[in-house]
Design a protein around this ligand. Structure first.
Ligand SMILES: Cc1cc2nc3c(=O)[nH]c(=O)nc-3n(C[C@H](O)[C@H](O)[C@H](O)COP(=O)(O)OP(=O)(O)OC[C@H]3O[C@@H](n4cnc5c(N)ncnc54)[C@H](O)[C@@H]3O)c2cc1C
Length: 428
């Protein structure tokens, strides 16, 4: 095998990078993780999917996650801003066993646990350090790393780029994107104290409040703090002609449901804005480099698929590296194509859900109290992250999407009233 400083160099110590490093170490690879930020660092994306649990168990970090005091998550509640309709997704009703619960996490803490785990498994971690360039000669990658002490060059047989949405090095491959499928969106968010929480089993649910042209997430991240964010279109933001924080406040005021939940709440940090985050890169692998997690693509936060996709793609990427190494070569054209297709096929399931959510008529089908033909348990499994569509899930999903399509032309279920006004405030 070609000589290099490392077998695997991972760019980025987020969930995708740490998970890739953990799998690499499980295969005894000499592994280096290069992370730009000193940890712990803030990250948005606090709601996990139950399908992540199995991967976290597989890399051996699950006991640390269970012991970290994160809030158990058993499902999600979907509400309309000003109408009484509500829908609960309870993971214990899933068709697929083993998806009953997961956690809501503060990402600074969660990501640090994962990165530390990779370190304990024997990965070298360089942080704060930034990868500035990657050049390959076909058998080895030459990587330039910048730290406070200056620049360093290392070689690695494989590079796994898990650098998130940041475009750390722009190559033709990383520039080429799939044609956009979803409208350009933005999110305005912060952490709050004193946000109302349901009691009992629902206390850890993600709450989604659907507005006419956007939605709010409400995610409890510890006993005190709750992550709250508004997602809307960039176009709606432009039309509003106010600062993002003001738009957030106006949107809360426009909804009786949100006013109730947010009454007396106070932000514990300044507001963050993330915009135009939806993209997928055209190709996700080269001969000795694979894109993992958000570096490959990200659609939308609504079904909390981001972290799961990062962990799942990390697992696949390392499997592929191991298989190619067994033949002592880089990735064949076919392997690169299969990797790209495999990730996109998985992401496509979430994309279908996302498209359904943003279509006002289709969303009425999702919100139906009794989804007919026993589709609900299948749908619950997919919302829990089971994007591998086995036959019982596949046919249920297909029929659900078909009913959604029908709803766009005919009225198969009663439509929802998105434009309802908030209840007037009581006069004191
Ligand atoms: C508004 C919003 C809400 C979201 N909500 C959810 C949610 O509820 N649940 C969910 O699962 N997902 C959510 N996501 C998505 C989630 O944030 C991401 O999918 C997830 O963080 C991706 O993990 P990653 O490891 O691929 O990338 P990241 O977590 O972004 O980690 C990448 C790391 O790479 C480092 N890096 C970047 N460039 C370099 C470089 N050149 N050299 C060295 N290091 C570098 C960065 O510092 C970073 O630490 C949300 C996203 C958005 C935009």
């Amino acid at each position: 095998m070609t000589k290099a400083d490392y077998d695997v160099l991972v760019i980025g110590g987020g969930p995708g990078g740490s998970c890739a490093a953990a799998y690499a170490r499980k295969n005894n690879y000499r592994t280096l993780v290069v992370e730009k930020c000193a940890f712990p660092r803030f990250r948005i994306g606090e709601s996990m999917l139950p399908t992540s649990n199995a991967i976290l168990r597989d890399i051996g970090v699950w006991p640390k996650i269970e012991g970290a005091g994160f809030i158990p998550k058993y499902g999600a509640m979907f509400y309309l801003a000003n109408s009484p309709e509500e829908k609960e997704i309870d993971f214990r009703n899933s068709l697929v066993p083993g998806l009953e619960s997961t956690f809501q996490v503060e990402r600074a803490k969660f990501d640090a646990i994962l990165l530390n785990h990779a370190l304990e498994l024997g990965a070298d971690i360089r942080t704060p350090a930034t990868v500035k360039s990657v050049e390959t000669d076909g058998t080895v990658n030459h990587v330039e790393i910048e730290t406070a002490d200056g620049c360093e060059r290392v070689t690695a047989r494989w590079v796994l780029d898990a650098s998130g949405r940041d475009n750390f090095f722009v190559t033709d491959q990383k520039r080429a994107l799939d044609p956009p499928r979803l409208e350009r969106k933005m999110a305005v968010y912060s952490h709050f104290r004193h946000v109302a929480r349901p009691s009992g089993r629902r206390a850890g649910h993600t709450i989604v409040v659907r507005l006419e042209d956007g939605w709010f997430w409400i995610i409890p991240i510890d006993e005190e703090r709750t992550s709250v964010g508004l997602v809307t279109t960039i176009e709606a933001m432009r039309r509003a002609k106010v600062e993002p924080e003001e738009l957030f406040r106006q949107a809360v005021e426009s909804s009786s449901r949100l006013r109730e939940l947010m009454a007396g709440s106070e932000a514990t940090m300044s507001f963050h804005v993330t915009s135009d985050y939806t993209y997928f890169r055209r190709e996700l692998a080269r001969e000795r480099l694979l894109l993992v997690g958000d570096a490959a693509g990200f659609f939308d936060p609504i079904f909390s698929s981001g972290v799961y996709m990062s962990l799942w793609s990390a697992q696949r990427a390392v499997n592929l590296v191991v298989r190619a190494d067994a033949k002592d070569r880089g990735l064949s054209e076919r392997e690169r194509r299969d990797y790209t297709r495999g990730i996109k096929r998985h992401a496509e399931v979430f994309c279908r859900l996302i498209e359904m959510f943003y279509d006002n008529r289709s969303f009425a089908v999702f919100m139906c109290e009794q989804v007919p033909w026993n589709l609900a348990p299948g749908l619950t499994s997919i919302v829990a992250g089971h994007a591998k569509l086995t036959w019982p899930l596949w046919w249920r999903f297909k029929i659900f999407l078909l009913v959604c399509r029908l709803q766009r032309r005919f009225r198969t279920v009663p439509p929802l009233d998105y434009a309802a006004r908030p209840k007037p405030r009581p006069v004191v």
